[in-house]
Design a protein around this ligand. Structure first.
Ligand SMILES: [Ca+2]
Ligand SMILES: [Ca+2]
Ligand SMILES: [Ca+2]
Ligand SMILES: [Ca+2]
Length: 387
């Protein structure tokens, strides 16, 4: 027995050493049993960002990270080739704050995100699938890596105009992002509307609570809940926008210019009223782009089951000044089934001075038509609610 455990230790140590030598020199730690309860959790040295652990059937591994920057954002995720993990977040009294079993519709791995509390401590529990009470009710056995990443809430600087609006740099330069945001080509299954690249936002994987998305975009607290309630035929009291992703660009706009972009809302949700994920845009005010119940939702050739197809959003800059454009997608009521949003061809169309008066007149008429249309749609919506 002794020889065995010495061997096990030595093997683990050599794995750990090679890990230390090749990947993260200072910040990786090795799991230490027994750590099967909140009270016997393993306190990790300051600056630890990675823990290499081993889960056995019936086992739960509790960890405490400390000396983190209060108010900074974090993501914690588990990687494993052998187990189907579940990750729990606990407060400093051991109460479960959040559980994640599967981070997206395409992965059984786990990920939690949030904000570091005043104590500067985060407590996690690693367990196996479906063990939502963190009592070891699972049969998973194998090695895993728990990684913690902390960072400050991203802040946008002001661009002279919209830059990299078609994402043709192949990345998010000139944009600020929060959550699960990637650049896609046509191989995603939906062609970009401009050039070769487009942005994809998702409510799966590395997403953030709506309160954090609101803070990121400078929206009033609770505004995503309120928008979601206006789209939900059967709204519940209390907050229901759960988690999502968003991108932002702050730019100087000239009075009369038109901002436009193309978007395609994607979802795996059934058209089940209470799980009405939605996409939104904020510029001067917050409005929805589409939701699961949108009548245009059709089957999709992307990773998602359904999509609206590309539509164009348009906004006339009312007065010259600095504007914040925020575009995002959020889960509604739960975070179990993913939705996404493709974005491309974000641009400013300048209206020549001589045509300005004429175009104002034109947009006045267009605005009237749109308002009438939206009134009619609202009527239709309220009819379908009471059907
Ligand atoms: Ca354990
Ligand atoms: Ca899982
Ligand atoms: Ca593009
Ligand atoms: Ca959802």
């Amino acid at each position: 027995m002794k020889a065995l455990s010495a061997l096990a230790f030595s093997t683990a140590w050599s794995i750990s050493l090679s890990y230390i030598a090749t990947i993260q020199p200072v910040f990786a730690a090795l799991e230490n049993e027994p750590n099967n309860s909140f009270n016997t959790r393993q306190f990790l040295p300051s600056s630890t960002t990675t823990v290499n652990g081993q889960l056995e059937s019936g086992d739960v591994d509790f960890f405490g990270f400390s000396n983190l920057d209060t108010g900074s954002l974090f993501t914690a995720d588990i990687n494993s080739k052998t187990i189907d993990p579940l990750l729990g977040l606990l407060d400093d009294s051991g109460n479960i704050q959040a559980i994640n079993d599967n981070k997206s519709d395409n992965s059984v791995l786990s990920l939690l995100s949030g904000k570091v509390p005043a104590s500067g401590s985060l407590n996690f529990a690693v367990s196996g699938l479906r063990d939502i009470n963190l009592i070891g009710d699972h049969l998973e056995s194998g090695s895993y890596t728990l990684s913690l990443n902390t960072f400050n809430l991203p802040k946008a600087s002001t661009n002279p105009t919209i830059l990299n609006g078609g994402f043709e740099t192949g990345n998010f330069s000139d944009w600020t992002t929060l959550g699960e945001t990637t650049i896609e080509t046509k191989t995603f299954g939906s062609n970009p509307t401009e050039g070769n690249y487009q942005a994809l936002l998702s409510t799966g994987n590395k997403t953030f609570y709506s309160s954090i998305i609101e803070e990121f975009l400078g929206l009033e607290a609770g505004s995503l809940d309120n928008l979601g309630k206006s789209l939900d035929p059967f709204p519940f009291p209390g907050g229901q926008a759960t988690q999502g992703s968003a991108i932002q660009q702050i730019f100087t706009g000239k009075a009369g210019d038109i901002l436009t972009f193309d978007w395609n809302f994607l979802s795996n949700e059934e058209q089940f009223p209470s799980l009405n994920d939605f996409a939104f845009v904020s510029i001067s005010s917050l409005s929805d782009l589409a939701d699961v119940l949108s009548p245009t939702v059709i089957s999709s050739t992307t990773d998602f089951f359904k999509e609206t197809g590309f539509n164009t959003f348009s906004f006339k800059i009312p007065t010259t000044g600095i504007y914040s454009l925020g575009i995002g997608v959020t889960d509604w009521r739960d975070s179990g089934t993913d939705s996404g949003l493709l974005i491309d061809n974000v641009k400013i169309v300048s209206v020549p001075e001589s045509n300005y008066g004429l175009s104002l007149l034109g947009f006045g008429v267009l605005g009237l038509i749109l308002r009438l249309k939206s009134k009619q749609q609202n009527k239709v919506k309220s009819i379908s609610v009471h059907r």
